[in-house]
Design a protein around this ligand. Structure first.
Ligand SMILES: CC(=O)N[C@H]1[C@@H](OP(=O)(O)OP(=O)(O)OC[C@H]2O[C@@H](n3ccc(=O)[nH]c3=O)[C@H](O)[C@@H]2O)O[C@H](CO)[C@@H](O)[C@@H]1O[C@H](C)C(=O)N[C@@H](C)C(=O)N[C@H](CCC(=O)O)C(=O)O
Ligand SMILES: Nc1ncnc2c1ncn2[C@@H]1O[C@H](COP(=O)(O)OP(=O)(O)OP(=O)(O)O)[C@@H](O)[C@H]1O
Length: 544
């Protein structure tokens, strides 16, 4: 993977006259340059003079490229109009903002020298504007969107694997990466800003992609980052307590997730109804939705359109096999390539999503059963054999996810379960002892280390986790502390017998470790592979 900068846009953008933009979106003009933009409105058929055509869009001054429309949004901490001067210096040819922003732009001396366009709510408009500027890429792409608290990334990759049956070139956009075909860049967040999203999709179209699968975060839905695109199919995994600082309460969180199931945003939906939020979504969604029950004894098992009616979790030592009943009563035998019941749920949802996106049931089931590893999601990095233990990397970084991750690997562990984990600095401190307790209850050997300490003292984070561990195991048996993550992984390898399983949780795919404000290149998988190679070279029993 390489750096995102400069690689996320179409290479042959269309030039759109500013007058056209004003007319299409009913914008007002403001400031000393209003007359120039208004003249263009009066003569809309005249090609825009050089320098006044818009070829791109951005909401961040640092990302402006020559020819961009800079959309200056009223943010949570600042008004983007404060950065209009930087944007124009970088090549922005016009600014789109609200009335407050227009006033800020008018105060800039010397004057900005570009048209300032005004809308009542530019955040609501920016997705549609970006889609227009990039010539509506999603009109030529099949699009699948997935939301929910947990399982978005996993389900996204499983759907992508199924879409491969009919779409040789595809885009996958989410927490792990922004991928078009075989070309991937690191992702700055789960769902990128609307201008970046439409630019990426335009690039995907340019490169021959015919389908895109993406994660839809609740922040993105609340902030309109997915405006300007109507998904062919959207999916909902589950809703659990998270991000309440942003959404207020669970009802607010639900309402933001439910925005994905509005007619402007999606044509049809598939909803997992194992929790009450999913059942509420099915009852309230204004678009056609189908329900999927994935818990054998779940409250909607008998009434859902689709239901997992039987599952053998981890019996083959890898993933699970299960039977999915369809709306017509037909039973489909399927495979989850990842361990644990949660991945039966993700695989069942992915099968129905892919099927509704046009993939034949048999092909969807076959492709998902054979899906490649998902970066940092229950990823089997070292296979058991040749005297080596099985070793996996997973992104579980909350108490609930840690429980599920440990319970998922227990059935595929003939020996001891060895856990390497830590907890983030500058984030929820309350979860540290709780995760320590979970580790002590569910793992046999615990190695506590650092995750992303950020501005905190790493020893103090470890001490809080260890307090939880020792509340369950006062004698400290099989409990280890390692002052670096790499050392923790080597310790686990040294301790492991061939029938043991090592699981390293918390960082998953992450390519860096943040310590005291510095992002160091670091990845659990790479360190694990290197440690195994070292141990192999040094001979048996010498992993330390
Ligand atoms: C809470 C949240 O989502 N905040 C987003 C919001 O920030 P904000 O309103 O505070 O922006 P601001 O700092 O006040 O700045 C206002 C405007 O000025 C612009 N600006 C600002 C500074 C500058 O030098 N130049 C400039 O142009 C900004 O781009 C922004 O448009 O609008 C900004 C862009 O408009 C986003 O970058 C920012 O996301 C921040 C980076 C963020 O961390 N978001 C996270 C919480 C997020 O979105 N996470 C979800 C996943 C959550 C999960 O499921 O785990 C995600 O999709 O990744
Ligand atoms: N359907 C599910 N229900 C509950 N937990 C799940 C589910 N799927 C995965 N998990 C757990 O949640 C963690 C994150 O999984 P995944 O990355 O697929 O979800 P996500 O929604 O993309 O989360 P994030 O936004 O944090 O990346 C994993 O550690 C996994 O153990």
């Amino acid at each position: 993977m390489t750096s995102p900068q400069g690689r996320m846009r179409p290479t042959h953008p269309t030039a759109h006259g500013i007058a056209d933009l004003i007319r299409t979106f009913g914008l007002r003009t403001a400031g000393p340059d209003a007359s120039r933009a208004d003249q263009e409105v009066a003569a809309p058929r005249t090609p825009a003079p050089s320098g006044t055509a818009v070829t791109g869009v951005t909401v961040a001054s640092s990302a402006v490229e020559p020819g961009d429309l800079f959309v200056a949004l009223h943010g949570l901490t600042a008004h983007g109009a404060r950065f209009a001067r930087d944007a124009v210096a970088a090549g922005a040819v016009a600014v789109l903002t609200d009335d407050d922003g227009a006033r800020l732009c008018a105060d800039v001396t010397p004057p900005l020298g570009v048209p300032v366009l005004v809308a009542d709510d530019p955040r609501a408009l920016v997705g549609d504007v970006a889609a227009w500027v990039y010539d509506h890429p999603t009109r030529e792409l099949l699009t699948v969107g997935i939301t929910g608290t947990n399982g978005k990334t996993t389900t996204t990759y499983l759907v992508d694997a199924a879409l491969a049956a009919a779409h040789p070139v595809r885009a996958v956009l989410g927490t792990v990466e922004l991928r078009i075909g075989d070309d991937a860049i690191e992702s700055p967040r789960t769902t990128v800003e609307a201008p970046a999203l439409h630019a990426l999709l335009a690039l995907a179209r340019e490169r021959g992609a015919t389908a895109a699968t993406m994660e839809a975060s609740s922040h993105a839905l609340a902030l309109g980052r997915l405006h300007g695109l109507t998904f062919d199919v959207v999916g909902f995994t589950n809703l659990q307590r998270d991000h309440l600082d942003f959404h207020g309460d669970m009802d607010g969180y639900f309402a933001d997730k439910a925005r994905l199931f509005a007619p402007a945003q999606a044509k049809r939906g598939v909803v997992v109804v194992d929790d009450a939020w999913g059942r509420r979504l099915v009852a309230e969604a204004p678009i056609p939705v189908e329900s999927v029950s994935t818990h054998l004894d779940g409250p909607a098992a008998g009434t859902a359109d689709w239901a997992v009616v039987e599952a053998d979790v981890g019996l083959d030592g890898v993933g699970s096999t299960f039977t999915l009943r369809g709306p017509d009563g037909a039973h489909h035998r399927a495979v989850s390539p990842l361990p644990g019941l949660v991945n039966v749920s993700n695989a069942a949802l992915a099968i129905v999503l892919a099927h509704r996106a046009g993939i034949a049931m048999g092909a969807a089931i076959e492709r998902i059963g054979a899906a490649p590893a998902i970066p940092g999601r229950m990823e089997r990095v070292i296979e058991r054999g040749g005297g080596r233990p099985l070793a996996l990397v997973d992104y579980a970084h909350t108490p609930d996810a840690l429980v599920l991750a440990l319970e998922s690997v227990r059935p595929i562990t003939p020996g001891r379960l060895i856990l390497v984990f830590g907890s983030d600095g500058d984030r929820d401190q309350g979860k540290r002892p709780i995760m320590g307790e979970i580790a002590a209850h569910l793992a046999d050997v615990v190695v506590v280390t650092d995750e992303n300490p950020r501005s905190e003292v790493p020893e103090q984070i470890r001490a809080a986790i260890l307090a939880g561990v020792r509340s369950v195991r006062p004698d400290g048996g099989d409990v280890h502390e390692a002052t670096s993550r790499a050392a923790a992984i080597r310790t686990a390898l040294t301790l492991a017998d061939p029938e043991d399983t090592i699981i390293i949780t918390g960082k998953g795919h992450e390519p860096t470790q943040e310590i005291a404000g510095v992002f160091h290149r670091y990845n659990d998988r790479d360190v694990l592979r290197a440690a195994v190679a070292e141990a192999t070279l040094a001979g048996p029993g010498s992993a330390e």
